[in-house]
Design a protein around this ligand. Structure first.
Ligand code: UD1
Ligand code: UDP
Length: 381
């Protein structure tokens, strides 16, 4: 029986972990035992527990309860506590997702104990090291034994950094195996789509049964910079009024806090007086699937939401200066506008007039990335 420890912590990692947990439960209970460790990086009910309940993820075996802090303090505490658990459990593998501080902490704690790391969502690069996530993902990739990339761009990035596609097993940190297997979030989105439409009442609740635009904002360089934050909110406010279209924005707690501290009162007043603006608490994943599939277009700085917009064939305006999901832009389904009022307005006008301006070719796999990952781990002998 293979013992694995899966580390989760931030919202998207909890959702991603559902795919592999489901695969283990359905097909590998006699071969793999998964121990789930939640670092507690995200802790509000709507940022954590809601996904565990809704997506049938087993209750975490350990919750470290680390919470929010500066990067050093948060990551340091996670490493200390994860080390204790890993020394006690000594698993065959540690599974890490994405690029958060929980990912970095898991990579440091496991690799220093010579426990092989499996990195899911490996190889993504923004080529912008001012982004905390870029540092986390590069570090994690370079100590991993098994790396699973969701896109061919991810695989190519790893090859450019010296990883080889032709290594043979057994794979170790010094002889890593890299695999392009598709995206576990594509698995999940397809899996939960039917349930989402059965269970979610989000459209009725927020009066969104006509055309609407979906926005999410949480990237630290957008929330913590007063000028960027005010430009984003004044621009979406103007767009929703000009197009007489509801804009729904499930608000990340980081953004809620930043708005209290940094939003100009004139922008706040305009948002409050705008009948088209629906700024709502974070929603569940099932609600999010319904919003993504029913909206006209998406405006976001989220990595996950960019992809899910694509899964549902919705154009996406990306409020960043670059994206790791380069394919979305290459096929014309996404536009990188950064926080530039004119570029955002131009992209919005373009997409409203040309909703089907991309063919949305298949980029993210066949919906069975988790199956491939489990089998590859089992075969690594
Ligand atoms: C983190 C990840 C980011 C990911 C995002 C997903 C890092 C460095 N960043 O960013 O890559 O895209 O999660 O959502 O790991 N807060 C709450 N309640 C919570 C969680 C957070 O109020 O349950 C507030 C706190 O004020 C906290 C702030 O949000 O200081 C930021 O949280 P943190 O986990 O540090 O980073 P995120 O911005 O959420
Ligand atoms: N998400 C959600 N509810 C929300 C906002 C996002 O369930 O209110 C989901 C979204 O569908 C995606 C994931 O959270 O699966 C993305 O997380 P986030 O945007 O926080 O982080 P990122 O992907 O940028 O790291």
């Amino acid at each position: 029986m293979l013992k694995i420890v899966t580390v989760i912590g931030a919202r998207p990692q909890i959702i991603k972990a559902a795919a592999l947990s489901r695969e283990i439960r359905n097909n590998h209970t006699d071969e793999i035992r998964e121990i789930l460790v939640h670092t507690g990086q995200h802790y509000d009910t709507k940022m954590s527990q809601v996904f565990i309940d809704e997506l049938d993820i087993p209750l975490p075996d350990f919750n470290l309860g680390i919470g929010s802090a500066s990067h050093g303090v948060q990551t340091g505490r996670m490493i200390m506590d994860l080390e204790k658990i890993l020394l006690h459990e000594f698993p065959d593998y540690v599974i890490l997702y994405g690029d958060t501080n929980s990912t970095l902490a898991g990579a440091v704690a496991a690799s220093k104990l010579n426990i092989p790391v499996v990195h899911i969502e490996a190889g993504l690069r923004s080529f912008n090291k001012t982004m905390p996530e870029e540092i986390n993902r590069i570090t994690c990739d370079h100590v991993s034994a098994l790396l699973f990339t969701p896109t061919s761009t991810g695989l190519n990035n790893l090859v450019k950094e010296g990883f080889s596609e032709t290594t043979t097993k057994p794979f170790t940190p010094d002889n890593p195996g890299v695999f392009h297997c598709g995206d576990v979030m594509y698995d999940n989105t397809m899996h939960y789509q039917k349930t989402a439409f059965k269970k979610s009442k989000v459209l009725d609740k927020h009066d969104l049964n006509g055309e609407f635009t979906l926005c999410t904002i949480h990237r630290n360089n957008n929330t913590d910079d007063a000028q960027r934050l005010n430009t984003i909110f004044s621009t979406i406010n103007e767009l929703s009024r000009a197009h007489k279209t509801p804009f729904v924005l499930p608000l990340h707690p980081r953004t809620a806090k930043a708005m209290e501290e940094l939003l100009e009162s004139s922008v706040r007043t305009k948002l409050n007086e705008n009948p088209y603006m629906r700024i709502i608490p974070p929603v569940s994943f099932l609600d999010m699937i319904v919003l993504e599939s029913k909206c006209r277009l998406v405006i976001t700085d989220s990595g996950g939401v960019q992809k899910e917009a694509y899964f549902f064939k919705k154009p996406c305006i990306i409020l960043r200066s670059e994206t790791e999901w380069k394919e979305i832009v290459d096929v014309g389904a996404g536009v990188v506008t950064d926080v530039d009022r004119d570029k955002i307005t131009e992209a919005y006008t373009h997409f409203v007039a040309n909703t089907h301006s991309s063919a949305y070719p298949s980029i993210f796999g066949d919906g069975n990335a988790a199956g491939f990952i489990c089998q590859t781990i089992l075969d690594n002998k």
